[in-house]
Write a protein that binds this ligand. Structure first.
Ligand SMILES: O=C1C[C@@](O)(C(=O)O)C[C@@H](O)[C@@H]1O
Length: 277
């Protein structure tokens, strides 16, 4: 008789433990937004350089259906002066009211505007979390485990959630590699693991979707975010509710990555899919 695999019961179905583990999907609540429940949430990035541009973008976004606003601080001209950064953050919070704010310094290594020393990067994210003005911080998962854990610890101590991220602007890694990166982010204590990859062909988009489905159904006990970038990958920004990606980035004006759709079209498509599920 063949040995029964540990994962399965005697009839070959998933064991109780596996089913229980798979059914525990914690959502992440930031202000009034529950990430991981229902329609994927829409996050709109702000990529202004000056304080005026940033606040003007926030005013425009405020009148849209954005669930979350990402402040891409690597674009901001005064980001290395924390007093100025905090003032702009305060003004941004005043404009956005209850809309959750995600604080993101995207390093040039992962497609962002500026490079930064690891120590400064950790300190910047910790300081942002300590202000109480932002709701989420993005930490690049491959900054080094100690650095990531330090940001997670400070963020959590201040009631701020952490999105761990990884970006490949050139290619799409193999499915197992994508899953293993997302699992690592979960192990490092991130509230939401996220990966963005570039497809070189349509099969790469399927690889990303398949990795998303596997991670979401077999390993994740929290929401995840995935996307395949550019026009070839745009479908992945629309079908998160089917395959298991809890949030999608949409543009109001300037995009922050290739393939982002305008928020109005995005809202329509997400709504249409939701109705038919
Ligand atoms: O990580 C991401 C995802 C993203 O790169 C995208 O492809 O939509 C856009 C970035 O602004 C954000 O920080």
């Amino acid at each position: 008789m063949k040995p029964v695999p540990e994962q399965n019961d005697r009839c070959g179905f998933p064991s109780k433990e596996v089913i229980e583990r798979n059914s525990i999907m914690n959502t992440v609540k930031v202000r009034n937004i529950e990430i991981g429940a229902g329609i994927p949430k829409i996050c709109v990035p702000i990529v202004g350089v000056t304080r005026e541009e940033i606040l003007a973008a926030a005013e425009t976004i405020k009148s849209t259906k954005a669930d979350v606003v990402e402040w891409r601080v690597d674009w901001y001209e005064d980001i290395f002066d924390f007093a100025k950064t905090e003032e702009t953050m305060k003004a941004l919070r005043e404009v956005l009211g209850e809309t959750p704010i995600l604080f993101t310094f995207r390093t040039s290594k992962e497609g962002g505007e500026k490079s930064i020393e690891t120590e400064t990067y950790v300190e910047l994210n910790q300081n942002a979390a300590k202000t109480g003005l932002v709701d989420l911080v993005d930490v690049e998962a491959f900054t080094g485990d100690d650095a990531v854990k330090a940001v997670v610890e400070t963020a959590h101590a201040n009631g701020v959630k952490v999105i761990a991220s990884n970006h490949d602007f050139h290619k799409t890694p193999a499915k197992d590699e994508i899953v293993s990166r997302l699992r690592k982010m979960q192990e490092l204590g991130a509230d939401i693991p996220k990966i963005a990859v570039m497809p070189q062909n349509k099969k790469d988009v399927l690889t990303l979707l398949s990795a998303t489905e596997e991670m979401a159904s077999e390993y994740a006990d929290r929401p995840i975010i995935t996307m395949s970038m550019s026009g070839t990958g745009v479908i992945s920004r629309l079908c998160g509710e089917v395959f298991g990606s809890a949030l999608t980035f949409g543009a109001v004006g300037k995009v922050s990555a290739p393939g982002q759709m305008g928020i109005e079209d995005l809202t329509t498509v997400l709504g249409l899919l939701h109705k038919s599920l």
